[in-house]
Design a protein. Structure first.
Length: 269
């Protein structure tokens, strides 16, 4: 194991925390920093102060490039303004090509050396011609990234049956395996409309009260499986950035006002 001085950063609200080397920088929680990500230079917000961490010998740690300057902040703001335009261009080109895909979002890296388009599809999509068309329009590298329905719902956002903002959008860092046995042990009605989330999968909040119902033996119920974001990470606009939001149809969930999954006192036993 190797010892490093690193700080934790977030790229998105309720996103995964990544550790970056911060030697030589006077960094505190809440600072904007520019880091070297897989997409290129990108901006992130410090959510964990510098501390010593141990990592495996073979793991390669990336560095914080600099504390964000005024120029970096202006570039980020301009990227956020241009992303909806890139989204519309890609949406039109994919529609003209007859591709069976649902475009979700477009993201520039800070230095605009790459644009990443996120989409969902039930099968594989041959988007090679689309990438060539986009490259001609934007004169930069293009990445098409297919994601699952749970990640798509987290990206889009929305409200659950309880009337509250989706847990995955608000504070859950990652998804865990949810078993139907959890719902059975909690004496819930086995109605798919009642125990399924907006994404169509079993609701993540079934995990929250598993210990109260003796669900330790359920699949995906291992201790420590679920990970939360620190409360301070969601307060005072720590991560404030405009995102492309697509209105999510809730026509199939017209009874959204019934039943709260976030308040155990309202649960029927």
């Amino acid at each position: 194991m190797k010892e490093y001085n690193a700080c934790g950063v977030l790229f998105k609200r309720a996103g995964k925390v990544y550790d970056f080397l911060c030697d030589g920088f006077d960094i505190k929680v809440g600072d904007n920093v520019v880091v070297e990500s897989d997409k290129g230079e990108d901006m992130a917000r410090v959510c964990i102060a510098p501390r010593n961490i141990s990592v495996p010998e073979e793991q390669v740690m990336k560095n914080i490039l600099r504390v964000a300057t005024e120029e970096d902040l202006r570039a980020k703001e301009q990227n956020l303004k241009d992303e909806p335009k890139a989204f519309e261009v890609c949406k039109k080109l994919s529609s003209d090509a007859g591709l069976d895909m649902k475009l979700l979002s477009a993201e520039y890296c800070l230095d605009r050396s790459k644009i990443t388009f996120y989409f969902t599809s039930e099968g594989r999509v041959d988007f090679r011609q689309l990438v060539r068309d986009l490259a001609r329009v934007f004169r930069t590298r293009i990445e098409m990234r297919q994601i699952g329905v749970r990640d798509a719902t987290k990206m889009i956002g929305g409200f659950g049956l309880c009337g509250r903002e989706l847990c995955c959008t608000n504070f859950l860092r990652r998804f865990d395996n949810i078993s139907i046995k959890m719902a059975k042990n909690q004496n819930l009605i086995m109605n798919p409309n009642k125990i399924s989330g907006v994404c169509g999968r079993l609701m993540c909040c079934l995990m929250f009260e598993k210990e109260q119902y003796g669900c330790e033996g359920c699949e995906g119920c291992e201790d420590g499986d679920i990970e939360y974001i620190e409360l301070n990470d969601t307060l005072d606009g720590l991560i404030q950035q405009e995102e492309n939001i697509i209105n999510l149809s809730t026509d199939s969930n017209k009874d959204n006002h019934n039943g709260s999954r976030h308040n155990k006192h309202h649960k029927k036993h």
